[in-house]
Design a protein around this ligand. Structure first.
Ligand code: ZN
Length: 70
């Protein structure tokens, strides 16, 4: 089992959520990482802010992992 608290997220990562956004999109781009993370819907560009620990529960898989050190 994956330790959800320790998953590392990077700005620029693309995540796919289990639930579909009202716009029909499922993929979110991380724009800020912290205790709360800021995600942008890649389809409608709407921004949501959710607690970091909630991401692992909502996430189905990571589409793209941004490994650049910025
Ligand atoms: Zn959307």
């Amino acid at each position: 089992m994956i330790d959800r608290v320790k998953i590392k997220y990077n700005v620029g990562d693309i995540l796919e959520f289990k639930k579909t956004h009202p716009c029909g999109g499922k993929q979110w781009k991380i724009v800020r990482v912290g205790v709360d993370c800021k995600l942008e819907c890649t389809t409608c560009k709407r921004i949501i802010i959710i607690p970091r620990i909630e991401i692992a529960k909502k996430m189905k898989k990571r589409i793209f992992e941004n490994n650049s050190e910025e």
